[in-house]
Design a binder for this molecule. Structure first.
Ligand SMILES: Nc1ncnc2c1ncn2[C@@H]1O[C@H](COP(=O)(O)OP(=O)(O)O)[C@@H](O)[C@H]1O
Ligand SMILES: [Mg+2]
Length: 382
């Protein structure tokens, strides 16, 4: 059975005989892999963050400083997104209650068949439930530099994270990724190049993603310009499909070029959030890009325009922009030079530093709208 069909399980059990029994039941099968047995409830969150199990089994009678109910609650409120199966005895019945973080129950005594069936079933059902809203890939793009792609992508990712959606931001600007500098990430922090190319597993992500204090996970660009070439389109496709499985929102900060790598990002995107500004060259390039997208075969609904610095038309007639694009931008974000510069220098996204500011409110509205919009069935029109 290929590893992707395998359910990775963590057992929280302080009775050695029970742990040994579970181990024995799992020998000579490959559907469920026991990653580790933890006897101490206080280590569960840290270990689960490290091992990224698909399912965690917790013994209802767990003793020690942190007992079973607390462990289950900690897992529920964490951002692990891992379902829990409670192991119990007939004298102490436990009800399945996903609201309380209990996704399955196993009552002793159980057979190897019971164990494997329950673990794989909970893994599958929980995966289906979290996928119900779908995972969405959103690329922040413009055929032009300096229009606010990085600024919007970072703050949008934070705003989507605030909606309680598991969010990852990819620095897709592989040559001159700005996120490292913006977020004051150490130069030796791992990058997209540290993902093994042949066989990438979910567990590899943990070592490679930068967990930003802002709460989102970030896949950084290579640390040096010339290393960008080492990322192949094939790798990108694999990385994106893996991230889709783990995250509900995948945001990509892109560079302006239309090359193989960027086409891979755009192809994989459910929505292209294309930044426009009141600037004649930007508008010109945006129109040219719309023709290209049409030629590639992207439906018009795949692109949503975001008008950045929307409060200042820079001498242009504001009506010229929708006329030139042939449609009104779906989103807008106002200008706020002071706050943007300040938050960049502080390394704290402005949606977090000053959520009440009009620019932050605008980005939060975009977050709500894009996540709602992409949930609409394909072909639902503009
Ligand atoms: N809405 C905005 N208000 C004020 N300044 C902005 C806004 N959007 C972007 N900027 C500024 O514009 C410059 C370019 O933004 P950036 O996000 O780096 O663009 P890109 O990624 O498209 O090259 C940055 O100095 C940024 O601080
Ligand atoms: Mg940029």
């Amino acid at each position: 059975m290929p590893p992707s069909d395998q359910t990775r399980m963590l057992l929280v059990e302080d009775v050695p005989q029970v742990a040994q029994h579970v181990r024995a039941l799992l020998t000579s099968q490959t559907s469920v892999k026991l990653l580790d047995v933890l006897a101490d409830g206080s280590r569960v969150i840290a270990q689960a963050a490290e091992l990224r199990p698909d399912v965690i089994i917790v013994d209802a009678l767990l003793q020690g400083r942190i007992k079973a109910p607390e462990v289950i609650e900690q897992i529920r409120v964490s951002d692990l997104g891992t379902p829990v199966i409670v192991l119990t005895v007939p004298q102490q019945p436990v009800a399945v209650d996903p609201e309380r973080g209990i996704h399955g129950v196993l009552t002793m005594p159980f057979s190897g068949y019971d164990l494997v069936t329950r673990v794989t079933q909970v893994h599958r059902e929980f995966g289906a439930a979290t996928q119900a809203g779908g995972s969405r890939v959103l690329s922040v793009f413009a055929p032009k530099g300096g229009v606010g792609k990085t600024t919007i992508a970072l703050n949008l990712a934070c705003a989507i994270g605030q909606l309680d959606l598991r969010t990852v931001l990819i620095d897709g600007s592989l040559q001159f990724g700005d996120l490292r500098a913006l977020l004051k990430v150490p130069a030796d922090a791992p990058s997209i190049l540290d993902l093994p190319t042949d066989r990438i597993a979910e567990s590899d992500l943990h070592d490679v993603l930068w967990r930003d204090p802002s709460g989102i996970d970030i896949l950084l660009a290579p640390p040096r310009v010339e290393m960008a070439e080492m990322v192949t389109v094939r790798d990108l496709d694999k990385i994106l499909s893996l991230l889709r499985r783990v995250y509900q929102a995948v945001i990509i900060d892109m560079s302006p070029a239309l090359n193989d790598v960027n086409l891979a990002f755009l192809d994989a995107s459910d929505t292209i959030l294309e930044i426009v500004t009141y600037d004649v060259t930007t508008i010109h390039n945006t129109i040219a890009m719309a023709d290209t997208f049409r030629a590639i075969g992207y439906p018009a609904t795949k692109v949503r325009y975001l008008l950045n610095r929307a409060d200042w038309a820079g001498g242009l007639n504001p009506d010229d922009l929708p006329r030139a694009l042939g449609r009104t931008p779906e989103h807008h974000v106002v200008s706020d030079g002071r706050l943007v510069v300040q938050s960049n220098n502080d390394g704290v996204p402005f949606v977090l530093a000053n959520p009440a500011a009009p620019i932050s409110q605008d980005v939060m509205q975009v977050a709500t709208e894009v996540m709602a919009a992409v949930r609409q069935p394909v072909g639902s029109g503009l």
